[in-house]
Ligand binder design. Sequence first.
Ligand code: 5AD
Ligand code: SF4
Length: 470
Amino acid sequence: MSECIKRQASLPLPEGREVYTNKVLAVVGELGLKCFVQTFGCQQNEADSERIAGMAVAMGYTLTAEPNEADLIVVNTCAVREHAEKKALSLIGQYKHCKSNKKELVIAVCGCMPSQQHRADEIKHKYPYVDFTFGTSDLYMFPELLYRRLSGAKRTFVIPEDKPPVVEDIPVVRESNYRAWVSIMYGCNNFCSYCIVPYVRGRERSRHPDAIEAEVRELIASGYKDITLLGQNVNSYGRGCDFDCDFADLLERLASIEGDYKLHFMTSHPKDATKKLVDVMARNDRIARQFHLPLQSGSNEVLDVMNRRYTAEKYLEILDYIKEKLPDVTLSTDIIVGFPGETEEDFQKTLDILSYVKYDMVFSFIYSPRSGTPAAKMENSITDEIKSDRMRRLLDLQTEIASELNAKCIDKTYRVICQGKSKNNEGMLEGRTEGNKIVLFASDTAREGDYVKVKVTKTQPYALFGEVVK
Ligand code: 5AD
Ligand code: SF4
């Protein structure tokens, strides 16, 4: 037995959440139950998982990193590429045995994947041990869905609506005590032809600047040093809202809060990135010298079919302005390789821009058709062989560029934030510069979250090595 529901607009939202939180707490509060939250995908999903963990704790669960001992498993999924969906589905498949071992285990799946009707149907039919699903915009419904299920209600599959509300004050358990995510807006209106996000995260809606400022102030007061403002396109923050504050205004307002911290943000859409924003960055030291500006393709023909609404020339105009105003900026981008119809000439134009800009980091993805998007219906697809070959060439070029850029860091001193022990380099600590470059160093005294000054002595394409200086 199951049902598909849509949120009722009349529901008293935050109050409804609190009521159900208390109802679950009354049932499970004394039982010492454990909740395991697993996250796939982007920073937005990581931020959402911290809210899910926060609600679980408010309902009386303790958090565990071990699915086998959990009484409640929440899988927060990504749908941006097929690989991410396959990984999540395979994992959900593995949880079947957890349920066989523990009948009262509750399994919930949330995030982008089950927000698509075909995936919700698939989970309903092929994964009968999944108790309920909900989307990124329905997070606040988690206590209600859980309570209903614990009370013996049917399995529920919530398909998010197009214009969900912005819900404030959802409790949060943050993973880190020095690095924090702050969502400033939700959803996307851009409908890039390859992208599933607008279909699963709904239309753009911004949080009120007062609420964002209050959250950031609280984080800074509690010692957070690295704060990343999140949105699918932060540059359209505030658009269509009843307050007068665009993203540059918001950033400047936040950067005026007293304290020793850095503000980061992602992601910027090139069509909306303004000189005003760059000027705000240039005059505020608390905004990290880092800019992630997804290019996707260097060919105007491909950009047009991708519905990106900028040309390579326009893109480079804002990028050159960033370089001029922020000479020490760290640049990164996203590239899609093998978009339908991408010719060798188109691809070469992408490589040309990589060579011209010299990004510190390039996140490159092989095009993955997403059901329901316009690009998925395009017939001129590229063979897997050509896609892999282009990807390899792009990575080779980028490795060369990154080596060259990193080599210039020798003898320079950076203030890095220590992130604890390195996983790949035994005995070393790993830190990040404000531009997000990885720095490895040795220290007996530095602790996670400390700022440390490191002089670079050796470099690799994707890491700097150095010595701590006073
Ligand atoms: N295939 C491959 N990459 C994609 N991205 C988004 N959708 C797809 C897709 N269908 C990439 C874009 C985006 C990043 C987050 O993921 O480069 O900027
Ligand atoms: Fe997807 Fe484009 Fe929106 Fe980014 S801006 S989330 S790529 S539709």
